[in-house]
Ligand binder design. Sequence first.
Ligand code: B1M
Length: 224
Amino acid sequence: MNELLESLTRCVERGKVNSKSPYPPDLKGQDGADEFARKAIDAGIPPQEILSNGLIIGMQRVGERFRNKEIFVPDVLMAAKAMAAAMGHLKPFFQSDILKHKGTIVIGTVLGDLHDIGKKLVSMVIEGAGWEVVDLGTDVSPEKFLKAVDEHPGCVVGLSALLTTTMVNMESTVKHVKAKHPNVKVIIGGAPVTEEFALKIGADGYSSDPQGAVEFLNSRCTPN
Ligand code: B1M
């Protein structure tokens, strides 16, 4: 693996944000995800590769160590911060192809769920594919989704969930939105979500990754 990508993986895994960050103490004064992401871009590594072969691998390791109780919530938060610092450098590349919006997607992480890294990534890639993204953030109630749909006629709705305990809130959101706007299309995604679950709750689409969400939008959603 490329050395810069390995460094990025390590920075996310260790929660090393930038050279000024005193955490973790053994890496004090050394470059962090912020600097390595810049260097990787300057070295000509494609942004998608930086994401897939650097940052996401780091976050997968964090997830495994968290599950094995080797690290705890504050460590995961630092990892998320490091990932966000690196993603800041990638964002312009995912957004560079915008000419005219193909349509609007209202996106958010469902009620009770605070995970936003995946949702932000999906948003960036969708934006880069020419769609306007209205990001409602995390812990978004069905009522808030409905209000946003009222405000953006003709939009598509995107729901993200990372917890088995919150994916159930996707169903109430789909029902709430479709009761008033039966023609609005809803796509869902997130680690515990499956195509079967999407069908069961009445969502129109499911994707395991950002590109699948773009394909759904481009092929199944009429531009407004
Ligand atoms: Co949490 N967490 N977490 N966490 N966390 C998981 C999800 C977990 C699997 C970790 C584990 O145990 N191994 C576990 C869930 C278990 C379960 O439900 N079965 C878990 C838990 C238990 C918790 C808490 C309950 C822990 C606690 O407090 N005891 C708590 C819940 C808080 C809450 O939400 N109410 C919690 C908290 C947190 C932090 C706040 C510390 C932090 C989030 C910080 C943030 O987001 N700003 C965090 C993190 C970072 C994780 C892990 C380590 C990483 C998630 C992530 O960002 N992945 C995660 C373990 C893991 O996934 N490896 C874990 C990287 C991201 C790029 O992937 O989000 O899957 P992902 O998104 C992908 C796809 O899923 C897809 O595309 C994205 C890009 O490829 N996708 C879509 C996502 N949304 C989509 C929407 C679409 C289409 C595709 O269409 C609309």
